[in-house]
Write a protein that binds this ligand. Structure first.
Ligand SMILES: [Zn+2]
Ligand SMILES: [Zn+2]
Length: 330
């Protein structure tokens, strides 16, 4: 089952292994028309990419009076043989990636986005590191034996004990720049939460399109894990995340973690699993169709009972704080 995601024709970030059912993968929302092909063709040239970079340098230069460059200034910034050659290249960009204003030429949103993709290293060969041991626990077997590594443009955290990939995410080249291996790993921790915040709002972290969400029960060796699968209607980007994570981000649970000395957003997903895999965190599925589960969490003196439905939305059923300090909790 685990190979399924690898064969899927879109980028996938998954936080739980990857063997979920493919839902609604019909025709892409956008037919590829002549315009798209022409736009991509318009970029395939050194001088034209230099034009985008020169206009971006102007745009982000705080001392410049406007974010526009005149024809002659732009010409000076680009390695062209003649004005006629330069003029030809510029013309290929105007209307899509560059706009002509009274002050001169400026980047459009699309032009700047292409330039940012260029600077992020999206089209460069991929950086590799690891495996290196990282803190945290495996959500499948509970073992505290995780490795992080990157290869083929993907960042992955694997469990050595049950040989399961538990987190994988896209690896932009820019993340490796000026960072140590530990800092790269930490950056992914934050990046995953950023994507998760998008998902909470039903927004695709890749293209801002609409997400369709289902909760599925995935087989994990001896047991099943409830996972929220969020698939973009427009670009097919998919984020799958265990239900326990959705529960952890209820404000009441965030607060209990804070009282426990943990700022939830400042630990990575795989360290959160250190809590969800103990006997102090119990998730019981009450119904599969539509999905419903109860969750009990004990953190120090705080006990929280919650319910989760198929959306998935989380409700606090009961929260109690014991007076005495005789025992339970992390
Ligand atoms: Zn494991
Ligand atoms: Zn999308």
């Amino acid at each position: 089952m685990t190979g399924e995601t690898l064969q899927r024709p879109f980028q996938t970030f998954t936080a739980s292994g990857a063997d979920y059912e493919i839902m609604g993968s019909e025709v892409p929302a956008t037919d590829i028309d002549e315009n798209v092909i022409e736009s991509i063709e318009a970029l395939a040239n050194q001088q034209r990419l230099e034009i985008l970079v020169a206009l971006a340098e102007r745009k982000y230069n705080e001392e410049a009076e406007t974010s526009a460059l005149s024809f002659s200034h732009l010409y000076d910034a680009v390695s062209c043989q003649s004005t006629s050659q330069f003029s030809y290249h510029l013309k290929q960009l105007v209307g899509r990636f560059v706009v002509e204003t009274e002050d001169g030429y400026q980047l459009t949103y699309a032009g700047d986005k292409v330039r940012r993709a260029l600077f992020s290293g999206l089209y460069e060969s991929s950086h590799t590191f690891g495996p290196v041991a990282v803190k945290g626990a495996c959500p499948n077997c509970g073992a505290r034996s995780l490795d992080a590594y990157s290869a083929d443009g993907q960042f992955t955290v694997d469990c050595r004990e049950c040989a399961t990939p538990i987190v994988s995410d896209l690896f932009p080249q820019s993340i490796a720049q000026e960072r140590s291996t530990q800092e790269i790993v930490d950056s992914f921790g934050y990046g995953i939460w950023a994507k998760y915040v998008f998902v909470r709002g039903g927004v695709c972290p890749e293209c801002y399109g609409l997400l369709d969400t289902t909760v599925q029960q995935l087989e994990r060796g001896e047991h099943f894990m409830s996972v929220s699968i969020n698939e973009c209607r427009r670009c097919w980007f998919t984020v799958s995340i265990p239900i326990d994570v959705v529960v952890a981000f209820h404000p009441v649970v965030i607060e209990a973690f804070w009282q426990h000395g943990v700022s939830l957003l400042d630990i990575p997903l795989w360290e959160l699993f250190e809590y969800t895999t103990t006997e102090h965190w119990n998730t019981a599925v009450r119904a599969e169709e539509p999905f419903a589960a109860s969750v009990e969490i004990v953190l120090d003196e705080t006990e929280i009972r919650l319910s989760v439905d198929h959306q998935p939305s989380v409700t606090v059923v009961e929260k109690t704080v014991r007076e005495s300090s005789d025992g339970c909790g992390e």
